[in-house]
Every structure is written in C-alpha cells, then in structure tokens.
Design a protein around this ligand. Structure first.
Ligand SMILES: [Zn+2]
Length: 254
C-alpha cells in the first residue's frame, strides 16, 4: 500500500508542478501582451511628395524710380509725365557732329554716343546731320505756341509737345536729318538711306526710335522716323529686339 500512496503523491506533485508551470507561463504571456500595449503605435511615415516649383515668368526686377528720376537716362517724359519748368540737365555738352544749326547740346553720355553713331554711319557712306537736341522749357513754349497759332491746338498736339512734355528737355533726344535736309522732320525720312540706317543701327549706340509707326495710341505722337532717344546701349538693344515702345517695354503706360 505504501507504494500506491507514494505513487499518488508523486502524481499529485507532477500535476501540481504542471499547474504551476501553466500559471507562470500564462503570466509571462500576459506580461508580453502588456508590453506590446505599451509600445507606442508608430504611424506609417508618409514621405511628402516634392512637387516641382511651378514655372512662373520672372517679374521684371526693374526699380521704377529710374523712370521718374530727373538725372536718370531712363527718365520717362510723355503727355502724362511732365518735367518741371525749371529743369535743365547739369551735364549738357556740344557734340562734335555735323549739324544744321549751331549751339546744339546733349547730355554728356548721349553726346559721346551720337558722335560714335555719326562716325560709324560715315564709314557706311551715310551722312547724318543733327537738327535738334536739347530744348529748354521756355524754348519749347515758344515752339508750341507758334504751332498752335499756325495749326490750332488739336493738330499741334499731334506733332508738338507741350512745354514740360518734350523729351528734348531731357537732353537725351535728337532729331536727325538726311544730308540734303530735304526729308528733315518729314515722314519720308524713313525711306531715305539715312532713315533706314538709323532704324537698323541706332540701338547699337544706345538710341531708340521713340515714336514708331503704328504706336501713336501708346506714345501719344505720330510716327517720327527722325526722333531718337538715348537710353544706353543695353536698354536700347532690348527695346529694339522687343519691337515695343519705351512705355510698353517697361510696362509704364500710366
Ligand atoms: Zn524730336
């Protein structure tokens, strides 16, 4: 009987051991579950899609002050933008070029440029003649009043600037004649060798044809194939290549 009792005790011990083992095992499982719950949920990291920058035409980064600064070679003068009656450029000089009257002057930079232009034209057998350059406010007043007396105000306004509204007061504008003078201040100048040469070459010396054909509504003036405005070679070349007027190119229409 002793053997039977020992066997039962051993069996009970085995069962007890199995039971305890199961319990410990279960506790471990619970602990693992708890640990799992403590692990922060790492959300899926979505890499942001990098969109390419949209292509935008760069804004012209021109400082518009230069159109309203009296000393700037890009000064804007037209029927909406007047010069003060007492404005006279401080650096007027007489260019050493052929002219049809004495005492003509331009701002220094424009004077040097027109000398170079006239000399280069001569190399191409083109003789240019300077007809008008700087005009004071008071001289423009006399001219304008004479034109009004002769043709009436409406007609005069189409071809003559009111005092303060003439580019000639800037010392940066030149009216240029053919050698004979037969086409001076006439639309026929555009078909002369001189007019054609100027149209094609003036920008290389910093001058633009300021009042082009077909742009009367924008410039406020009729086509003047003889009137050239100095703006510097770089700007003149850009304006020439754009086929736009000064006002259109810089978007300064108001
Ligand atoms: Zn002119």
């Amino acid at each position: 009987m002793n053997k039977l009792i020992v066997s039962i005790i051993v069996l009970l011990l085995i069962l007890l051991a199995l039971g305890l083992g199961y319990r410990f095992f279960n506790d471990d499982l619970n602990k693992i579950e708890e640990i799992k719950e403590d692990i922060p949920v790492i959300e899926e990291i979505i890499e942001p899609t990098i969109e390419p920058e949209p292509t935008v035409e760069p804004e012209k980064t021109i400082n518009t002050d230069m159109f309203y600064d009296l000393d700037s070679i890009l000064i804007l003068v037209n029927k909406k933008h007047d010069l003060p009656s007492d404005y006279e450029p401080s650096d007027l000089v007489k260019p050493n070029v052929k002219s049809n009257k004495s005492g003509l002057s331009l701002r220094q930079e424009a004077a040097l440029a027109i000398e170079e232009m006239f000399n280069k034209a001569l190399e191409d057998d083109i003789t240019l003649v300077l007809g008008s350059s700087y005009r004071s406010y008071s001289y423009q007043s006399k001219l304008y009043n004479n034109y009004v007396a002769k043709d009436g105000e409406e007609k005069a306004n189409k071809y003559s600037a009111k005092p303060g509204q003439s580019e000639h007061q800037t010392g940066l504008a030149a009216d240029i004649s053919d050698a004979s003078g037969a086409n001076y201040l006439k639309q026929s100048f555009k078909d002369t060798p001189e007019g054609i040469w100027l149209k094609d070459n003036a920008h290389n010396f910093g001058f633009i044809l300021r009042y082009p054909e077909g742009k009367e509504e924008i410039t406020g003036y009729m086509f003047e194939p003889w009137h050239f405005r100095y703006v510097g070679i770089e700007e003149a070349t850009k304006i020439y290549n754009s086929n736009l007027t000064f006002e259109e190119y810089y978007n300064i229409l108001d």
